[in-house]
Design a protein around this ligand. Structure first.
Ligand code: SF4
Length: 375
């Protein structure tokens, strides 16, 4: 049987009797990229507002973790490896200091980009005489392969500086706030592949918000949007798996077992947001010999561990919480653009500001000046 096309789903959505404005949040940076690149916002009926949410692991990586990685790279005789996007993320330090891993590399630190934990392990095996620190920032999808590497046996000289985060507690935090800011949720496909769609049941059962897990094609996203809209119109609430070809009931049990074996769940800081209960991973006792925080001196600066730490004027906090659109930041396209990023949302391929800019949405929505919001 022929699968329904994006055009079919769009026609169905346009035929829905939508009278009131509807705000639908997508959690995942990959979803935001597909929505923007496919021009879905412009194609959907006016009452539908699509809101990018907290789904960029680089954007929410706490400043103190990036600072720690920079200091390790500068002060220890190590090779520091990190996912490519992390290299350009700026921290707030005096201009005379290294503001990013890229700047640390320019000052002589051995900083290398990697695309996977396997690549980090390969670098460690090729450099047995030197410690290799893998700065592993990411959500469940990228933390699970790090856990697998630990279970399967990482080289003795590989140490993980973990900044792993769980996505559902951030959405729970938004839903439990005074103003969640959305009426329906498109839940992330990749995370659900690992953890199971069931993790998002609470959105429906506890908060009575329609939810659908979607993949990354316009068809899958439109199917997810259609499902949530119909639920709203018909007064029904359920979690719809619109990505069943990849998201299986219960998720990937092996990946979950790896996470359970190697990690503890902890409260964790999200940059610009603050501490979210149970939203972080930490390497557990059994795998301590591979924990960079056990092996090296602490370079974390306590004064740095405060919520809302974004570069001056940057409204990334508002963007990741879905409070403003990227072009409502007063620096968007004026002082901040991909060649001169001020905040993490303009650095990462999964950051909403970067995605909007790449999608050709380059007009600021507000006049240049100080940030409009306070969080
Ligand atoms: S445009 Fe730049 S400064 Fe403004 S929120 Fe986005 S990344 Fe931050």
């Amino acid at each position: 049987m022929k699968a329904d096309s994006a055009t079919d789903w769009l026609a169905r959505i346009r035929a829905l009797p939508l009278r009131e404005p509807v705000r639908i949040m997508n959690v995942c940076g990959g979803h935001e990229r597909s929505i923007t690149m496919a021009g879905l916002r412009g194609a959907l009926p006016e009452p539908i507002e699509l809101i990018p949410g907290p789904g960029c692991p680089v954007c929410i990586c706490p400043e103190e973790d990036i600072f720690e990685a920079i200091q390790l790279a500068l002060n220890e005789d190590i090779i520091l490896v990190a996912y490519g996007d992390m290299l350009r993320v700026p921290v707030n330090v005096p201009r005379c200091d290294a503001r990013s891993l890229e700047e640390a590399r320019a000052r002589g630190a051995d900083v290398r980009p990697v695309a996977s934990p396997m690549q980090a392990a390969a670098i460690a095996r090729a450099n047995r005489d030197r410690p290799v620190v893998f700065f592993a920032a990411g959500f469940e999808t990228t933390t699970a392969p790090t856990a697998a590497l630990l279970v399967e046996g990482a080289p003795d000289n590989l140490f993980v500086l973990l900044s792993g985060r769980r996505t559902w507690p951030a959405v729970a935090m938004l839903l439990e706030s005074d103003a969640p800011g959305f009426d329906a949720l498109v839940a992330p496909g990749h995370v659900s592949t690992i953890m199971g769609a069931e993790e998002w049941e609470f959105v429906v059962t506890r908060h009575r918000i329609p939810a659908a897990v979607a993949g990354f094609t316009p068809q899958s996203l439109l199917a997810g949007l259609y499902s949530t809209l119909r639920q709203l119109i018909e007064g029904r609430r359920f979690l719809d798996n619109c990505y069943p070809e990849v998201v299986r009931p219960g998720g990937n049990r092996t990946a979950q077992a790896h996470l359970q074996q190697t990690m503890d769940v902890t409260d964790a800081t999200w940059r610009g947001v603050g501490t979210i209960p149970d939203s972080g991973f930490a390497i557990n006792r059994a795998y301590r010999p591979h924990d960079a925080r056990e092996r090296f001196p602490a370079y974390g600066d306590d004064a740095r561990k405060r919520a809302g730490e974004m570069p001056p004027g940057c409204d990334c906090a508002g963007v990741v919480l879905g409070r403003i659109y990227p072009n409502e930041c007063r620096l968007y396209g004026v002082a901040c653009h991909p060649r001169h990023p001020i905040g993490p949302c303009m650095v990462s391929d999964e950051g909403a500001c970067r995605i909007w800019w790449s999608g050709g949405l380059r007009e600021p929505a507000v006049k240049p000046g100080p940030p409009a919001t306070a969080y």
